[in-house]
Ligand binder design. Structure first.
Ligand SMILES: C[S@@+](CC[C@H](N)C(=O)[O-])C[C@H]1O[C@@H](n2cnc3c(N)ncnc32)[C@H](O)[C@@H]1O
Length: 465
């Protein structure tokens, strides 16, 4: 099981796998119109240039500036109970509390440097950051924590802790205002993935001097102790690379959301599946073309003819970029995944009415349900892939373990034992602390479930040292 898209966990109702573009959203007609416009633009592109790579189609579906799933106004609420799916930080604050312990252990491992960057890449609405801060890690108490949220979607960035709201706008200038950075060079078109990941053009920014001398109090959002929070676009990483901090790059369920291509094994080689127009407006189909050598170079050759596998070059590039960012520390990615060969075994034949069906490693999410066709109504659902663990480690090998194992190694059992005690001491009172303790116990069940989030993979790269 991947990102929780439909289950009874923590109050998210399971509903039948029937999807409609309009159901359950605040502005269904607006969403439908955006989807139709995006479908028209994609069809025009295909009319001009012929079938497009799947990565280009997925990039548009997720990140097109006006119609992409994460870029629409409603994209700000993509995750969470009111959104379309649950990630580990959205289950509740426990995941962030355990990560705060892990972060302290990595900070100590490096000798407690005076400045320690924690870069949450693909931060979504900033839920993990809120939980991390609420857990009050020692590196924050020591004034060392520099928390940076890197998020592509303006709708999501607007929800980050420390972002100006109408009530606190007058204090906003005291904060690290990284939106000014993002305006300077964020590419207007997101069609070229490499343009997003190579931000070297920004290396001239005086980023170092942008850390406030005095850490900013984020009391309005309840974040204590004081830390600096930058809610930024993808424009920041080049500037960060110049800083080359000691620290940690975190990526929770980011890599599965980076655009991917699809290769199909034939008796004597590989084909690439590309996206073409379908039989009706708003519907797309797949067509096979000869695969360029560079597309399939990293794929295992010994797969059965007919197997369809994801090619994850953007995720591989992300790993390489993240390694350039830090002088020393860790890169830690949490995601669902398996080897390319195992993913090949999850692919079956397409169905007559859905050419994109049968890809057991591709998941869609909408309204906490899966099974939405990703080749219909572009932009209307999340599209995610199981991570091909061999491909993302092709250049840098990671230490890999299960999420449950990682959480146990960093003290989840202690936190849950303390919560159980608090619950039994206060359950009769039934106050907020008692309820928080009770909720922590059920969060742990979801996070450790071996058939759910506990079975996710944690890839842990050590940089420098
Ligand atoms: C599934 S969400 C995960 C959000 C959050 N990490 C969580 O666990 O709830 C993936 C997020 O990554 C963002 N994203 C995708 N590509 C990105 C990139 N190249 N740089 C920064 N953010 C990106 C998306 O906009 C989306 O908010």
């Amino acid at each position: 099981m991947a990102r929780l898209g439909g289950s009874s966990v923590l109050g998210v109702d399971h509903r039948p796998l029937v999807a409609s573009v309009s159901e359950g959203r605040a502005d269904p007609l607006g969403e439908q119109r955006l989807s139709e416009q995006l479908a028209r633009r994609l069809a025009e592109r295909i009319g001009d240039r012929g079938p497009i790579p799947v990565s280009e189609y997925v990039e548009a579906c997720l990140y097109d500036p006006s119609g992409g799933f994460y870029m629409r106004d409603g994209g700000g609420r993509a995750g969470g109970r009111s959104g379309h799916f649950l990630t580990a930080p959205e289950v509740g604050p426990l995941f962030g509390a355990v990560l705060a312990r892990a972060i302290d252990s990595w900070w100590r491992e490096l000798g407690e440097p005076e400045q320690f960057a924690v870069i949450d890449w693909g931060a979504g609405p900033g839920t993990l950051a809120r939980s991390l801060l609420a857990a009050e890690p020692a590196c924050a108490a020591a004034g060392a924590l520099r928390l940076v949220l890197v998020e592509l979607s303006p709708a999501q960035r607007a929800l980050h802790p420390g972002q100006p709201t109408p009530s606190n706008r007058s204090n906003a200038s005291a904060r690290l205002d990284a939106s000014a950075l993002s305006n300077r060079s964020a590419p207007s078109s997101r069609s070229d993935v490499s343009a997003r990941l190579d931000m070297s053009a920004l290396s001239s920014l005086p980023f170092r001097s942008n850390w406030p001398d005095q850490p900013t109090k984020l009391s309005s959002s309840g974040c204590q102790p004081p830390v600096s929070v930058a809610a930024v676009s993808d424009a920041l990483p080049g500037a960060l690379a110049q800083l080359a901090p000691a620290g940690v790059v975190l990526a929770n369920e980011l890599l599965d959301n980076l655009p991917f291509d699809i290769a199909r094994r034939t008796a004597d080689g590989w084909e690439e599946l590309r996206v073409t127009v379908g039989d009706q407006p708003g519907r797309f189909a797949l067509v096979a073309v000869p695969a360029p050598d560079e597309l399939v170079a990293a794929l295992p050759p010994q797969l059965e003819a007919g197997a369809r596998v994801p090619v994850q070059r953007a995720a591989r590039r992300w790993v390489a970029e993240a390694h350039l960012l830090l002088a020393e520390g860790r890169i830690v990615a949490f995601d669902y995944g398996a080897s390319t060969a195992a993913l090949a075994g999850r692919s079956g034949p397409p169905s007559d009415d859905d050419p994109g069906a049968g890809l057991g490693w591709l998941r869609t999410h909408r309204d906490h349900r899966g099974g939405v066709s990703w080749l219909t109504h572009p932009g209307s659902c999340d599209i995610t892939v199981d991570l091909a663990l061999d491909q993302v480690q092709a250049d840098h090998r990671a230490a890999v373990c299960d999420q449950a194992e990682f959480l146990r190694a960093h003290g989840i059992d202690d936190l849950v034992a303390a919560a159980r005690e608090a619950w039994s001491a206060r359950s009769r009172v039934g106050d907020l602390d008692a309820l928080k303790a009770r909720s922590r116990v059920s969060e742990a069940e979801a996070l450790l479930d071996p058939d759910g989030m506990g079975g996710f993979r944690v890839l842990n790269w050590t940089v420098g040292g």
